[in-house]
Design a protein. Sequence first.
Lengths: 326, 308
Amino acid sequence: MTQIGAQPAAVADAAAQVSAARPRPRTRTRFHRREAVAGYLFISPWIVGFLVFTAGAMISSLVISFSHYNLATNVARPAGLSNYQGLLQDPRVATALGNTLFYALLAVPAEIVFALFLASLLNGVGRGAGVFRTLFYLPKMTPAVAAAAIFFLLLNGNSGAINQGLRVFGIEGPQWLVDPTWIKPSIVLMQLWAVSGTMVIFLAALKNVPRELYEVASLDGAGPVRRFVSITLPMISSAMFFNVIVLTIAAFQVFDSAYLLFWRDQSNASPEASLFYAVYLFQQAFRQFNFGFAAAMAWLLFVIIMIVTFVQMRFGNRLVYYESDR
Amino acid sequence: MATLPLTGPRPGAAVVTTPVDAATTPHGRRHPVGRVVLWVVLVGFSLLFLYPFAWLLAASLKGRGQVFDNALWPREVHWQNYVEVWHQLPLLSWMFTSVSIAILAAVTVALSSSLVAFGFAYFRFPGRGVLFGLVLATMMLPGAVTMIPIYLIWKELGALGTWIPLFGANLFGSAFYIFLQRQFFLGLPRELFEAARIDGASYWTMFWRVVMPLSVPSFVIVLLFEFQASWNNLQQALIYLNAGSVDGFTAPLGIAYAMTKYSPTAGGQGDYQYVMVASLLVTVPMLVLFAFGQRYFIEGVATTGRKG
């Protein structure tokens, strides 16, 4: 799934709106029944889709995770907990999970800091910002496969443009795509190139900070750092909260770049440091057709993402400043 | 900056837009030196962001083995790469497949999501709040959880190797777009609907003749977002089309195939210039889309928080 979420505040708001029935003149009951029937008819495509592709698929996926699935006969043999035990026994699951966690810890802060930095620059420049915003956004429009093809060559340790550029400054760059230490930073670098989605959300938040706050703070003698920490950060905290959650969920599911750079060629052995969870899951599902094992992996991922998101929300809600709470 | 009325005029949730004065910044008055520094930094970052594009364009015009000279101006310009690539790779077929699927995916999801969104926005029926909560909740579900059963569904329907799995689920709406469209519909003045009802319009007529013509901006956002998502989609193509003939690949799958085909470690000759031409050719449609729909993309991201 490529789309993730809408701003949490907006979602909560939307949910509140649904539950609060809007006052309307009450007419005959038959009208209401007709209205309800029509409503169900309009949402019926989603209901069918939900029952088949979400609820049904989830139940089926859970059942498969407790089975040995034979693709040729379409028969699922009960396997008890063996797939889940397999997760613990397979060292590559632990490797993939460790790689993915490490990547998330590296990528999310880097993306947040860089996106906020760029957004602050754009916010400071005033009228010319539109041109730069457009330029910064172009990488976001580049298909992942094209970005991977470009960076595959740019990051080449011997003759890639990035290391060639570093040599100008007397720095001998690392073997980005070969040295296990530098594999995750390579992917983070690619993500930073296309960070403008996060940047645009920060920019919208920065534009909404009332200017008077800065003026008053300046009169009180607050310097730029103090203004940033005491005004900007609290005022954009809900955008920050949203970006952290969405980027974390995305980081746990990173697939395209890792697959294209390291695992597209099945004959070629890539360093284990490049084995990300979603890649290994995909291999188990659609290369080995180990459906039971892959389904168990998917549920483990789901549970981990839920826990991480829950913890972030618990901590976040204490730190986020909502305009409406004033 | 024009703000698209995505969220509609809901009190309390309205986006506060402060006019940005050209001369001052949120941080008060700025010294001319500071402004120059700011512009230099911005231009510097622009060059960094644009460098991979310039490099790509140059690399696509180089001969075999020259890709790694990293020159932004090729020593000799190989225009023939752009002719040769069509013989080297079934690029035309890939592009046709990708464009077709992207159009099908975008149109089906935009129509179905609008229908569902109208159902949630206009009608009152028991369970509406719970059901809409479920719509939002499905956005949290990682695709990996349902990936295998959905594959089995398409297998059972004999659709493996066809385009159907790459857009079929779009017929049933998609949570994010339902949310987006519903927010827009809620912003439309309710009097319009009441007037249409007094004129004796059916619900369907209301949807088709009143709501849809008024919600073109958000409809366009859905079309653009989904077109881009489909155009970029690698994993679905890997699952459903990888086993078939190379001619039937989508563009992303094809380029992944080409990266391996020309890779020296996989027995290729290092003809990366063809990979670069192909990469450029799949990127250009997105840049064109952005040129026409920039406002929709950026406003859409800023107001809904979608990340590509």
